[in-house]
Structures are given as C-alpha cells and as structure tokens.
Design a protein around this ligand. Structure first.
Ligand SMILES: Cc1cc2nc3c(=O)[nH]c(=O)nc-3n(C[C@H](O)[C@H](O)[C@H](O)COP(=O)(O)OP(=O)(O)OC[C@H]3O[C@@H](n4cnc5c(N)ncnc54)[C@H](O)[C@@H]3O)c2cc1C
Length: 587
C-alpha cells in the first residue's frame, strides 16, 4: 500500500483497477524485481470482515464495498430498472462474488478464437486455467458418497487461487444430477475439462485449510505485498489515460469523492482492468470510443472506436420455485431455522466444518438447445433470419452491426453442433432454481454521459431486446417442469409452484418471463471486446487497444461472447495469459 504523496513519478506499468484481473496481472509483472507496477484502485482494502471470508456470509458485504449503480429502465421487462453489481474494494468482484468456480465448455472459448482471435481457443486457455488455481480434490468419503469425479490432468496444482469443495454438500443434488440424466442430458466426468454440458459438481473459490474465500486480494496481493516494486494506491479513481500523440504515457487520477487531479507516468504500458462496467468509462473519458459520443461531450477524440461500451452482455435470470415433499436432510431450508444456524457456528469455528462452509452452490446444469426443447429448428431459423441492422438503433456504426452478424453466425454453428449451452440451471438442492440464459443474442451498452469521472455511466442491459431470448427462457421453464417430473425428483416428491401451475400456454409463460426476469447474474462482460476492428472490436488478440500504442485491457470487458459459466475463473485465466503477453512484449 502506498499513499498518494509517496507514489513515484513513473512506473513501468500502471494497472487501472485492483480487482480480479488487475491484481493478477500486477502480481505476475512484479515477479521480475526490475519492473515496477502501480495499481490504482477506487475501493479500499476490506477489513477481513466475515462477509468476505466466511462462505456462509456471501452477499452480506457492507454497501460501501459496492458501487451504487442502476440501469436505465429496461423495456424488455416492463421498464423496470436493475442494479449493476460490482465490487468497489481491493479484489473487485472476486471479493464479493458467490464463490462458484467453474469453467465454460471448449465451445465457448473456441467461439472467441473463431471470431478472429488466434490463440484464444480452449486449448490455448487451458494452461492458464491451470496456472491460476490449486485444485483440492474432495476427500475420498465425500467423493464416494456424493459421486464427485474429477480429472487432475486438467486441474492446476500450484496456482494462487484455491478451488475446493466445502465439507457440507446437500444430498438432494445427487437427485438433481440423476434427474438430468433421466431427462436426456449427461453428467460429465469433470465439468472443468472443456465439457461443461450437463449437470455436474463444481468447486468454490475456497481455501480448504482455513475454509475461507480465496480471492485476488489474498492470493495476488497479500501474498506479494512486500515486493518493493509493487505499489497499490487505494481510494483513487483513474479519470483518464494520458497520451503523447497516440502513445499512452500515463494516467490522471482523482481521490474517490474528491476532485484534485494527479498525474503519473507509465514507461511501458497502461493496463486497464476496471471491470466491464468501468473499463469503457475510462476509455471513453480518455478519448477512445464512438466519436459521435465523445464530440457531444467535447472530449478530444484520440481514436474513433465505435465498439467501446457496446456488445455489453450478461446472463439474464429468473427464479422458479417448488416443493420437495420428501426432502432430504440437510437441505437449504435448514438455513431458515435461526437456532440451527447459530449452532452451526461451532463446527465452523472448531473444525472448519458444517453449514458455514457453504457459499452459493456446488452444482449446476448447462444445457444445449437441442436437449432443452423440440422447438430447436424453429428458434434457430428465427435467429438465423434476423436482419442484423434491426438489432440496433438507426445510425449505429456498421462495424457494430457486422460484429453482431459475425457473432450470430458463429453461435449458430456452435448451437447446431451442440457444443455450447444456452440455459443454466443453478443450484440443485431444492425444487426451485435460477434459470439463466447463457448466450443471449440481445446486446446492451455502457456509455458515459458526463465528463466527470465520478459520475456513473449509463447502463443499458438491452434485456430481451431480441425475441429469441424470451422464447429460449420460455423453453427453459417448460424444461424445468419436465425435469421435476423425472423419477429422481419424484422420489423427493417434487412439485413446481412458481410459475403457478395454471400458467401453461406459451403466451402466459412469455408474460411471466417478462414480468419476473432480471437482466443480470452479476456477469457484465464484452464492453471492450476482443474482436477485429471491422467487427466493432476494441482490442486485438494481443489485448492492445486499437489505434494507440502501450494501452491494453485485460478484464471481463474483453470477452467477445459471454461464456456459459460463472465468470471469475475465466477472468483469472485471461489475466494470467495477458500477463505472459505483456511480459513477452516488454522483455
Ligand atoms: C455480487 C457478485 C457475485 C458474483 N458471483 C460469481 C460467482 O459465484 N462465481 C463467479 O465465477 N463469478 C461471479 N461473479 C462474477 C465475477 O466475480 C466477475 O466476473 C469478476 O470478478 C470480474 O473481474 P474483473 O477483473 O473483470 O473486474 P473486477 O474484479 O470488478 O475489478 C475491477 C476493479 O476496478 C476498480 N475500478 C473501476 N473503475 C476504476 C477506475 N476508474 N480507477 C481505479 N479503479 C477502478 C473496481 O473498484 C474493481 O476493484 C460475481 C460478481 C459479483 C459482483
């Protein structure tokens, strides 16, 4: 940690944002003691509150550790507005997330490669997934009793982030996985192997020795904080990147909540890792973005890059509910009994066991379209026949429209061959799940409407702009009802309750989807997409921003298409790969 008055006048690298990706990159770059790094982070260090560390308390971090962000009204869901969840704390999203730690399918990452990004397919990323983690297998009793299988050849054994299973798993999840088999889906041997299709057990980002969250603050900062070549400045927000001509030379920053502007130079590279909600803000404030937007705000245009802030994707979700009349013990409903929960404090404190070791979930199912519905051909035909120009307002730059078309065509190929999942069922220990849309064709945007770096950008999720999204969700609800009718769920006395059983026609289900959906699973991505420039890209496969030199982006914003998974392990892999590329080009 360093205070503002003590920072040096220049560093080899400046990292904008000390979150998941930013701290990972800073850690790797300072492995070389001759290279200096300054990380500037808006948030503060957490104070090791239980909300961060103890899995049971996920979601209870005080509001000061989050940005206060809200979307504009979403016409796709009755003009409701929605929060944009993002951690404002050292560690960023990794400090406040649900600790679900999984990977997408090979098909998810091969789409990135096939969209014009050599070096970004599954085989290219696998070494970085492995490098980022230390995987701890479950003990043999848990593995046997719960049927947890894993493949050590695709797991990391010495990386900074711990991936492990809590010693408290819900037995009903076995029925959930068996029901998916009966439904016609599969249970992959290890969902982290590039085959993440079907229902499987997933680890958490959980340090099993202490049974606490494993996140970038501990793994990539505390561990290396004593390095003299690594400085972390908290409580300051980068206002813009500075340029000499088209070369990034440093940044200007302000205290969070203040206005005094300070400059610091970067001798080699400015690395933006402000997260998908804020990376486009930093770029646009720096004069990199859609020229029309920048001119309106009287920001001098450094590069006209229409893609900055566009191609915004998240995973829309909705919540079903149901009853398990013959529920197994323990079940998540134990958590509603305050006395029982309080009793669970003791095994956690004495043996690191019990209910307090449980965070979000340890199982999910990722289902390709052909397993979800018999309307596959109809939905594919509807998507394939759409006019790309009609997906965007009149006047949208041609490169954005071309990018949407390229993504659509690539996704259609993957959907037809069944190598990507379109729907996730998260949970499995109860009859109600989150039903999550994994590859929405709808696109949103994040744009500034003020030159004040402390003002919030305008968040438009673009929820359900594309009717195919609503239809896929409707099929997701129908498939969930079918799933509950499978023998393994019927053995638990499963009955669906929400949506109500009298909501049956497609028209009624559409209405329910529109009324109850959320546009987000806290997975914003795509706002500085790695795509060719002619397809609305912002960075190339080297993660360097087009049209300028010595400026890169390395966080969730570079994902050109959102993968069918929870994002954190993918962000770590991107950051590990980014660090290697930055090291190589500055050797
Ligand atoms: C509530 C929540 C639950 C989630 N649950 C899960 C889950 O269970 N499993 C999973 O895999 N993923 C989950 N995710 C998603 C995952 O955590 C994120 O995708 C990932 O952490 C994003 O990493 P990032 O590096 O792109 O951004 P972040 O980790 O958000 O880092 C960005 C950092 O930049 C800082 N910053 C922003 N602007 C500036 C600026 N101008 N100057 C300086 N600093 C700035 C921010 O304060 C932040 O610390 C969740 C996310 C949230 C928010």
């Amino acid at each position: 940690m360093i205070s503002e008055q003590d920072i040096d006048s220049s560093y080899d690298y400046i990292v904008v944002g000390g979150g998941t990706a930013g701290l990972t990159v800073a850690d790797r770059l300072t492995e070389n003691p001759r290279k200096s790094v300054l990380v500037i982070e808006t948030g503060q260090l957490d104070e090791r509150e239980v909300a961060f560390l103890v899995p049971h308390f996920i979601g209870t971090a005080p509001p000061k550790y989050f940005y206060n962000l809200t979307s504009i009204p979403q016409p796709g869901s009755q003009n409701r507005t929605f929060p944009v969840l993002a951690g404002c704390v050292v560690g960023g999203g990794s400090a406040v997330n649900g600790m679900f730690f999984d990977r997408g399918s090979a098909g998810d990452y091969n789409l990135w490669r096939d969209l014009g990004n050599p070096g970004w397919g599954w085989e290219d990323l696998l070494p970085y997934f492995k490098k980022s983690e230390t995987f701890h297998p479950p003990d043999s009793t848990t593995a046997r009793d719960f049927g947890v299988t894993y493949d050590m050849s695709i797991r990391g054994t010495s990386g900074p982030i711990h991936a492990s299973y809590p010693p408290f798993l819900y037995p009903a999840i076995k029925n959930f996985q068996a029901a998916f088999k009966e439904f016609g889906s599969q249970v992959p041997y290890d969902g982290a192997s590039g085959n993440a299709l079907g229902a499987f057990w997933t680890p958490n980002s959980l340090n099993p020795a202490e049974m606490i969250r494993s996140y970038s603050r501990i793994a990539h900062y505390d561990r290396v904080a004593s390095r003299p070549n690594l400085h972390l400045l908290t409580g300051h927000k980068v206002a813009k990147v500075l340029f000499r001509g088209n070369t990034a030379t440093g940044v200007e920053f302000v205290p969070f909540g203040g206005s005094r502007r300070t400059k610091v130079d970067a001798k080699r590279e400015v690395i933006i890792a402000a997260g998908a909600p804020h990376t486009p803000q930093v770029l646009q404030l720096s004069g990199i973005g859609p020229a029309s937007l920048l001119k309106k705000l009287h920001i001098p245009v450094v590069v006209n890059l229409p893609g900055v802030g566009q191609n915004f994707q998240d995973h829309p979700s909705m919540f079903t509910d149901g009853i398990l009349a013959n529920d197994l013990n323990p079940s998540p409903s134990n958590g509603t009994n305050a006395t029982w929960v309080e009793e669970q404090r003791i095994p956690y404190e004495t043996e690191k066991k019990g209910f307090f070791t449980v965070s979000s979930s340890n199982s999910a199912a990722f289902i390709p379209l052909h397993e979800l519905t018999n309307r596959t051909n109809e939905l594919i035909a509807s998507y394939a026949s759409q006019d790309p120009a009609l997906q965007f307002p009149a006047g949208t730059d041609a490169t954005i429209i071309a990018g949407w078309r390229a993504q659509r065509d690539a996704l259609l190929t993957s959907v037809r061959s069944g190598v990507v999942a379109l729907t996730e069922y998260a949970g499995g220990a109860a009859a109600g799940f989150s039903i999550i849309l994994e590859k929405p064709p709808s696109r949103g945007s994040i744009n500034i409407n003020s030159t004040d770096p402390l003002a919030n950008p305008v968040f438009d999720y673009g929820l359900y702009k594309n009717p195919v999204d609503v239809e896929t969700q409707v099929e997701g609800v129908k498939a969930w009802r079918r799933l509950l009718s499978m023998p393994s769920f019927q053995a638990l006395g499963a009955q669906p309750t929400t949506p109500a059983n009298n909501i049956t026609t497609d028209e009624q289900l559409r209405e329910w989807v529109i009324q109850t959906s959320f546009p987000t699973t806290a997975h914003p991505s795509g706002t500085a997409s790695m795509l060719p420039r002619r397809l609305g890209g912002v960075v190339g496969p080297d993660l360097l921003v087009y049209g300028v030199s010595r400026l890169s982006a390395v966080d969730a914003s570079i994902m050109p298409m959102i993968p069918a998974t929870h994002l954190s392990s993918t962000v770590y892999a991107i950051a590990e790969k980014a660090a290697d590329m930055i090291k190589a080009r500055n050797a």
